[in-house]
Design a binder for this molecule. Structure first.
Ligand SMILES: [Zn+2]
Length: 296
């Protein structure tokens, strides 16, 4: 199992930037944006080198699902193992590719089942220089939310970058199994903006689209799959919108069985802005329905 990469080497010296997409197989805007980015770069106008891996998790992509056939989440499996299951082997290879970079961006979406409010995130690492470079990269990427979270979460691509002291950010842009043209464009622009910020290309930076900048030092912050869990298996009908405000105790939505004999209203466990919302209606008991972030 080989992770397919393409490197464009500039005529002038500069850093090596790695950008990955498709760590999850059902996240399509990153894959298309990275293919386009590699096609449009001109080596004579590039300082340093760009390595793209548009579809890191090809077995999951072929399935059209988040994970490959072993059911392991690649974003929880790093650094993996060279002789483990398919996902463990990809994690091992990907971790090696990450350790070879000077800067790293990992592009995601909400996949088939969720929408995520466009955001750029980073880990609140101990090293002040790495942290400041991550803040610069995240701001330059220029999505509405800039979100620094718990550095301790393990198994992520950014956990590998953290341990290797490589400045790294990730991004999220909607999802729901689409490949939206505006998502592809936002990712293309975001990557080019960061390249300009790192001095790799000449590009006029656009006006800031950042609405919120948050650094959340609480343990587990940034782990999106543990909030507002469904109390039962059934249909989820949302009562809120992505990017909308909800107060603690207000309904996020209703889950019901086929004839509505059992019906549960799920109340928001915190006040804030809905930054993740379940869009695939069939939910299994214990799955996350929404993430609400405490924004003013
Ligand atoms: Zn993902």
């Amino acid at each position: 199992m080989a992770v397919q990469t393409k490197t464009i080497t500039g005529d002038a010296a500069g850093p090596n930037l790695l950008i990955t997409g498709g760590v999850h197989g059902d996240e399509f805007e990153p894959m298309v944006a990275l293919r386009q980015l590699a096609e449009l770069l001109d080596p004579s106008a590039l300082r340093g080198s760009l390595t793209v891996a548009p579809v890191v998790n090809e077995p999951a992509f072929i399935r059209g699902e988040r994970c490959a056939e072993d059911g392991l989440d690649l974003a929880r499996t790093c650094p993996g193992s060279p002789d483990g299951t398919v996902t463990e082997r990809i994690a091992h290879e990907l971790s090696g590719v990450i350790r070879g970079a000077d800067f790293y961006i990992d592009l995601h979406t909400g996949g088939n089942i969720m929408d995520v409010w466009p955001l750029t995130g980073y880990k609140l690492v101990d090293d002040p220089e790495v942290l400041e470079q991550q803040r610069r990269m995240a701001r330059a990427f220029n999505l509405p939310l800039v979100w620094g979270t718990d550095a301790k979460l393990e198994g992520r691509t950014l956990s590998i970058a953290r341990d290797a002291k490589i400045p790294a950010i990730y991004a999220e842009y909607l999802g729901s199994g689409r490949c939206s043209p505006e998502g592809v464009q936002a990712y293309l622009d975001g990557c080019l903006n960061v390249m300009a910020e790192l001095g790799m290309i000449d590009r006029e930076l656009p006006p800031s689209r950042i609405v919120h900048e948050v650094e959340d030092h609480r343990e587990g912050a940034g782990h999106m799959q543990v909030r507002n869990l469904s109390p039962m298996t059934g249909f989820f009908e949302a009562a809120v919108e992505l990017g909308g405000r909800v107060e603690s105790g207000e309904p996020l939505g209703v889950i019901s069985d086929p004839l509505g004999a059992r019906r549960e209203t799920v109340l928001a466990s915190e006040s804030g802005v809905v930054i993740v919302l379940r869009t695939f209606s069939r939910v299994i008991e214990g799955e996350s329905l929404a993430v609400v972030l405490d924004l003013i």
